[in-house]
Design a protein around this ligand. Structure first.
Ligand SMILES: Cc1cc2nc3c(=O)[nH]c(=O)nc-3n(C[C@H](O)[C@H](O)[C@H](O)COP(=O)(O)OP(=O)(O)OC[C@H]3O[C@@H](n4cnc5c(N)ncnc54)[C@H](O)[C@@H]3O)c2cc1C
Length: 532
């Protein structure tokens, strides 16, 4: 059986080759003017020392539970830089004791009953792609053990309502399987986070993930028609409705609940016809702020492009989208119904108003995606390879990580300038030298979501402390300057100190009360979002 890496992204046979690692190391050495970047070998499971499991599954659940070392290591961490470094070093001090793989909802109920009766931490697990410490066991508490509840076997589209264009889908399904099962019906969810390959529908809903759409339907939220959630006190199922004004939305309580209120076993999701028309362009700007002004104009025009991602000159160069110091806007419109040349023409006029140059606008009335070509194609290839390169950066001793946020347009210019300058100062002090680059991943009429990448040489053995110092400074800034601690990466455990400052106290009390009502013994993902 093909196994996923227990410490990094993808399957064991995927990732950069030794030659590609060496090339990456040489490129980094050249970029930062350093020598001595060596490629370390990844860990092997037989060399990992883990504490023995403290609990055993009851006989009735033994068939769906395992204490296999590879599984326990795989379920210990998510996929942030901090996670990859710890995994790569072979440090697994707090693995889950047991991994449960329920095959249906009834088994999810039984696993939760066991955890509740024995006071075991229960961690809902989708694809394990969390970058916020969302699936990691808490390091303290009076729990008798930790069970990771992996929903991978809940992987089917159960029912399709063609008339309303919606489907009932199981929570553990990964992106590719979900789209494969919708394809014969000529339908799509069209939610493509960068982690699409190894993340699940339940995980997307639980973390309010941000997908392919750069405007309008930016988060998974808009596609959720109803949810079905198993909690320690029973099942909560909302009614399927296209819209409703009947009080606070039950779905909205579970969307973004990060596994602390219950396990999303199913959801009815709003679908779309597969796009047949596309128009794409890469627009060059002399600088990032001119590009941002164009993004604001487009966001406020009502045009709603599917893609509207602005790369600053550093990101554009890294992606191979521009090498002349330009910022690049990757722009695309999609429709199942009509050609988009008129939309694209108007968007390019708005770009031109702000100094944008578009050498290669293309349009297509078939699946030959216009955005596969030119600068947009270069960006897309880098986007898809990103997770594998993230792993490789750890292997060659580079510090490479991202943080993201959102801010209203009125504060954007000052906010962005401060974040770039002050984060770069800290990163350079910590790493000796470093770059901070930015792209706008999502755009709204009232603001944008900047996404920052920090890259610099790490000191082997001190990577965690180095990143902690940069991340703390950056997160303090985001909150101090009026942004959010996360636009779509979720809160998890890692963002708690800043989420606690951002969220209104009255809301925290209400969330604690909701948790107490659904999970009175506080077994579900304790420490994520709130303290039980
Ligand atoms: C390389 C990379 C790229 C990424 N790109 C994006 C991106 O483009 N957009 C984006 O939004 N995020 C992105 N992320 C972050 C991550 O992929 C998302 O947070 C994703 O939604 C997590 O889904 P998952 O199935 O992997 O959930 P997991 O990591 O398994 O879990 C995440 C959280 O959700 C809870 N959870 C999982 N499944 C359920 C369920 N069925 N019921 C209740 N709770 C559940 C878990 O307990 C945990 O708190 C990226 C991460 C990586 C590593």
């Amino acid at each position: 059986m093909r196994k996923r890496k227990f410490w990094g992204w993808g399957y064991e046979d995927q990732g950069l080759t030794p030659q590609e690692h060496r090339k990456l190391a040489d490129r980094m050495a050249q970029r930062f003017g350093i020598t001595g970047l060596t490629v370390s070998a990844p860990p092997t499971i037989d060399r990992i020392a883990m504490r023995p499991p403290r609990i055993a599954a009851p006989p009735a659940l033994a068939a769906i539970c395992t204490t296999d070392a590879h599984e326990r290591a795989s379920h210990t961490y998510g996929k942030s830089f901090r996670d990859l470094v710890r995994g790569f070093r072979g440090e697994f001090p707090t693995p889950p004791d047991v991994i449960a793989f329920p095959r249906d909802e009834a088994e999810v109920v039984r696993v939760l009953e066991w955890c509740d009766a024995k006071h075991l931490v229960a961690i809902p697990y989708g694809g394990g792609s969390s970058v916020a410490g969302g699936i990691e066991a808490p390091s303290s508490g009076d729990y008798h053990g930790v069970v990771s509840i992996d929903l991978a076997k809940l992987d089917r589209v159960l029912e399709i309502d063609r008339q309303s264009r919606a489907a009932r889908i199981q929570g553990g399904i990964f992106g590719p399987a979900l789209e494969d099962q919708l394809k014969p019906h000529k339908l799509t969810l069209r939610h493509f986070p960068q982690s699409f390959e190894f993340s699940s529908l339940g995980g997307w809903i639980a973390t309010r993930s941000g997908g392919h759409y750069a405007t309008l339907y930016t988060h998974i939220d808009e596609f959720v028609e109803s949810t079905r959630v198993v909690t320690p006190t029973g099942i909560v199922q909302s009614r399927r409705l296209p819209g409703s004004g009947a009080g606070p939305s039950p779905d909205r309580m579970f969307i973004g609940s990060e596994g602390i209120l219950g396990i999303i076993t199913e959801a009815w999701m709003r679908l779309q016809d597969r796009p047949a028309f596309r128009a794409g362009a890469s627009v060059m700007f002399a600088n990032f702020m001119q590009g941002a002004a164009a993004v604001r104009a487009i966001s406020q025009s009502g045009l709603s492009p599917a893609n509207c991602r602005l790369l600053d000159p550093g990101e554009a160069a890294n992606a191979g989208a521009a090498h002349d110091g330009s910022a690049v806007l990757v722009l695309a419109f999609e429709s199942a119904d009509h050609p988009l040349d008129v939309w694209m023409k108007r968007a390019l006029e708005l770009c031109a108003d702000h100094g944008g140059r578009a050498p290669d606008p293309t349009s297509a009335a078939n699946d030959a995606l216009a955005t596969h070509e030119g600068a947009a194609g270069a960006w897309r290839r880098t986007f898809l390879a990103g997770p594998y390169i993230h792993d490789a950066m750890v292997a060659i001793g580079m510090l490479s990580e991202t943080f993201e946020t959102a801010i209203t347009w009125d504060k954007f210019a000052e906010f962005h300038a401060q974040v770039m300058e002050r984060t770069a100062d800290v990163a350079k002090r910590v790493c000796g030298q470093a770059t901070v680059t930015c792209r706008l991943t999502h755009a709204y009429p009232d603001g944008a979501a900047p996404y920052y990448t920090v890259l610099g040489p790490a000191r082997r053995g001190s990577e965690l402390e180095q990143w902690h110092e940069i991340k703390t400074a950056a997160s303090d800034l985001l909150i101090e300057l009026g942004g959010t601690i996360t636009h779509h990466h979720s809160v998890g455990r890692d963002h708690r100190p800043w989420y606690d400052r951002q969220r209104p106290e009255g809301f925290a009390r209400a969330l604690r009360a909701a948790k107490h009502a659904l999970d009175p013994n506080g077994i579900l993902n304790p420490g994520v979002l709130i303290d039980p």
